[in-house]
Design a protein around this ligand. Sequence first.
Ligand code: ZN
Ligand code: ZN
Ligand code: ZN
Length: 329
Amino acid sequence: MPTAEAELNQIRLNPLNGRWVTVATDRASRPEEFARDVTPVEAVPVDPCPFCPGHEEETPPALETYGPEGEWLLRVVPNRYPAFAGEGPLRVERLGPLFAQAPATGLHEVLVLSPDHAASWADLSDAQAELVMTALRDRFEVHARRSGVRYSQAIVNHGRAAGASLAHPHGQLVGVPFVPGELVDEIAGFRRFTGSCLLCATVQAERHAGHRMVADHPGAAVITPWWSGAPFEVLVIPTVHDEHLHEAGEADLAAVGRAIRDVLVQLRTVLGDPSYNLVFHTLPHGSDDPFHWHVHLVPRLRTDGGFEQGTGVPINVVAPEDACRLLSN
Ligand SMILES: [Zn+2]
Ligand SMILES: [Zn+2]
Ligand SMILES: [Zn+2]
C-alpha cells in the first residue's frame, strides 16, 4: 500500500503538443522486465512476399527505384489499397449541420526499405539507412508539388502490435488533403515557444541536462523526451534546423537515418525485438509556420486502458531518465 510519504508520481507537460503525460514509475516492475513481443507479423506467412526481389510484378509499377540496374536496393510503389487517392483540393460537402464529408484525395505509397525480407531498419547498413532517408526526401518533394496534398505522413510500423501487416521491412508515405490535428497542435507549440525554436532549444537543454540524451551524433540528437508518454519513447532531432524534411541537407538526412538505426539496435538489445512505430513530422506543404522536422520512435509495449482512451493522457511506467540510462548502456 502506498503511504502518505510515498513519492508522488509526476505529470509532465509536452510543450510540443500542449498535453500532459503521467510518469508513474512505481506501477512497473523493473524496466528491463518488459514483455518481449515476438508475435509474428503474419499469422499465415504471405507467400510469395510481394516485396521480395523477383516478385516485382506483385505490386503496382514502381514510382521510384534505387540501386544498380536490375538489382534494386529500395523501391517506392503505390499502395495497392490506398487510403487516399486522386488529385484535387479538399472538397467539403455538408449534409446538414452535423454531417460533413469530402473525397479522400491524396497519395498513398509504400517504400520497400530493403531487398532483404528478414532485415529491419535496425539491420540496415550505413549506406542503406542513408538511402531510406534520401528516398523519403525525394517522395516528400513530389508530394509537396502535388496539388491538393496539404501534408504527408511518413511512417514505419514494425511488428504486429504496431500495426504491421507484412513482415518485409517497409514504410508508408500518405499525402492527405488537410492538416491533421497532431500537426495543428505541434505547430501551436512552436508558436507558443517564443524567442527561439522549440526543438533547437530542446537539444541545447538536453545536452546540458545530459540524462535524457541517448546519443548526440553530429547532425542528429537522440533523446528520451521529458514528456515521454510511452516506455522507451525516443525523439530523433536533426541538429541543423529545417522546417521541412525535404529541405534538409544530405548529411543531416544521412545522420538521422543512421541515428534511427543505432537507437533501434539499442532498443532491441534492451527489449528483444519490440513492436514500434516510427513517425516523421515535417511542416505541412507550403506552410511558413515555425517548425523543426523530427522523428518519433514509439515502442508498442502496452495496450492503452480506459483512462488513456478517455483522457488522451498516457500513463508511462518507465521514466525517460531510466529509459535513457538503459538505452545508452
Ligand atoms: Zn519479402
Ligand atoms: Zn529548430
Ligand atoms: Zn512530432
